[in-house]
Ligand binder design. Structure first.
Ligand code: ADP
Length: 481
């Protein structure tokens, strides 16, 4: 791969400051989803290597936890700076293993780094409390302490940002961490860990183990040393890891699947709604958990909206991520393409009309599609598509839109467009979702709390709330006379 600093490309795990292979020497191939070309290998590590990574994190904990927050903050800040210094290399690495257009990959590196900066700032504001006591002899205090060794299991759709959003608050709070990146995208994680070392973050504070996901996951959940598991990925795997974590009563946070409604009311600015939907639907080729999944458009503006939207979708440029004009890259693998294709076929079999796109191209590419006359009996109503397909559903009243939007077990992000103030509040309060975009198709930012309800998960990442998951609240009751 063509990198300015080729030493950022690592094919080994990082455990206790050592770059190491799997004990048995086995490896997994990592491919480029745009070409199928093998770009390298990483160790196929499992239980034993994970146990060593957990021990390394445990050994590094006392010294890291004892550092003044200001020093931990300075190290995080240096890590942030190094990510930006190496933004271009990190972006190229990401596009090669993940497929997203380079412009989006550069954007993700900036987004990832923003969490390191944010939590460097938050590290110094881990305030406790002094509580007025009902007994004059007592003083009641609350202090916040790091939970200890944490583990993060992360997905392939945001290979860097999901790590920064977890390692940032963990390190800020004084925790150490073992990271298991997605099988498809280990190189972004390993390059980040290299930069953390260069930033002066001590050996063992960050460890990265690649390989056998169920074995690594089990070693993490079974370990009483790991006090917290933070996971981003699919709902079934999240539920499995949560149940496995019950045995050791870990703190867990779960960022799981979504099934985002995108509602266009008749009083909306249609051009802005189209603009917002393009971002909410087609970013990362539709492979984000906050992607608009079901688009509800009110009767009187439905056809005008559909026409404007389909014209924009048909004009999207599909291609490999490294090409400058690409707007929609490949999907991550054939399984992802199969899923979208199945939803497209199901929708058409149930009376949906394919307005544009839907073509399966060579490799993992697919042309972005729009389906009109979508109905709630279709797979695309119930399941997260995770691909570039946009089903349009008609509705007539506000109540109906809210009912349809909430008719899912998921509750991550929702979006709606309106210019009516009363409706803005009514709908915001009625939507059973953790995040709501109002006249806005892109809500994620390090300053705001990201997370879902219902089957979309537990906990919030980013923002002033994001560090809560990495600290324990300890109450001190002191008698002073
Ligand atoms: P996706 O289907 O989008 O890949 P997953 O939930 O399968 O989503 O993957 C998210 C992360 O969970 C990845 O790092 C993956 O390797 C990991 N993972 C998958 N299955 C397990 C498991 N049984 N135990 C632990 N981690 C797992």
């Amino acid at each position: 791969m063509n990198l300015n600093d080729s030493s950022l490309f690592h094919s080994q795990c990082l455990i206790g400051g050592q770059w190491v292979d799997a004990d048995n020497g086995q490896t997994d191939n990592i491919d480029n989803p745009a070409t199928g070309e093998i770009i390298g290998t990483v160790p196929r590590a499992g239980t034993a290597e994970t146990a060593r990574a957990i021990s390394a994190a445990e050994q590094a904990l006392p010294e890291w936890r004892a550092r003044p927050a200001k020093e931990r903050a300075a190290a995080l800040r240096r890590w942030h700076d190094l990510m930006l210094t190496h933004q271009e290399d990190l972006a190229r690495l990401m596009t090669a293993e993940q497929g997203k257009p380079l412009a989006e990959a550069r954007g993700e590196i900036g987004f990832a780094a923003s969490f390191l900066e944010w939590f460097a700032e938050e590290a110094r504001r881990l305030y406790g409390d002094v509580i007025p006591s009902p007994n004059p002899a007592n003083r009641l205090l609350v202090i916040k302490q790091p939970v200890g060794v944490c583990a993060a299991i992360t997905p392939w759709n945001f290979p860097s940002a999901m790590i920064a959003r977890k390692a940032g608050p963990a390190l800020a709070a004084g925790c150490t961490i073992v990271i298991k990146p997605a099988q498809q995208t280990p190189y972004s994680a390993l390059a980040m860990a290299d930069l953390a070392e260069r930033a002066g973050i001590p050996a063992g504070v960050i460890n990265v183990v690649t390989g056998d996901a169920p074995a690594i996951g089990k070693a993490i959940t079974d370990s009483p040393v790991v006090r917290k598991l933070t996971f981003t990925g699919s709902t079934p795997v999240g539920k499995l890891l949560m149940s496995q974590s019950a045995q050791t009563m870990k703190k867990v946070s779960m960022e799981l699947g979504g099934n985002a409604p995108f509602i266009v009311f008749e009083d909306a600015d249609l051009d802005k709604a189209v603009e917002g939907l393009m971002v909410a639907k087609y970013r990362n080729a539709g492979q984000t958990c906050v992607c608009a999944n079901r688009i509800f458009v009110q009767d009187s503006v439905h056809d005008a909206f559909a026409e404007k939207f389909a014209a924009r979708v048909a004009a999207l440029k599909v291609g490999p991520g490294h090409k400058d004009d690409t707007q929609v890259g490949p999907l991550i693998d054939q399984r992802a393409v199969d899923k979208v294709e199945k939803q497209l076929q199901d929708a058409q079999a149930r009376g949906g009309r394919l307005v544009c796109g839907g073509e399966r191209l060579e490799g993992n590419f697919m042309t972005p599609s729009v389906i009109a006359r979508a109905t709630p009996d279709m797979l695309c109503f119930r399941e997260e598509t995770f691909g570039p397909m946009a089903p349009l559903f008609r509705f007539s009243t506000e109540e109906e839109a809210i009912r349809l939007a909430n008719d899912t077990e998921f509750g991550l992000a929702a979006y709606f467009y309106t210019r009516d103030l009363g409706r803005t509040w009514r709908v915001s309060e009625a939507l059973e979702y953790g995040m709501v975009g109002i006249n806005n198709g892109h809500v994620s930012t390090c300053e705001a709390p990201f997370g879902g309800i219902k089957d979309s998960g537990l906990g919030r990442e980013g923002s002033k709330y994001g560090i809560d998951d990495y600290v324990e609240t300890k109450y001190l009751c002191m008698t002073v006379d």
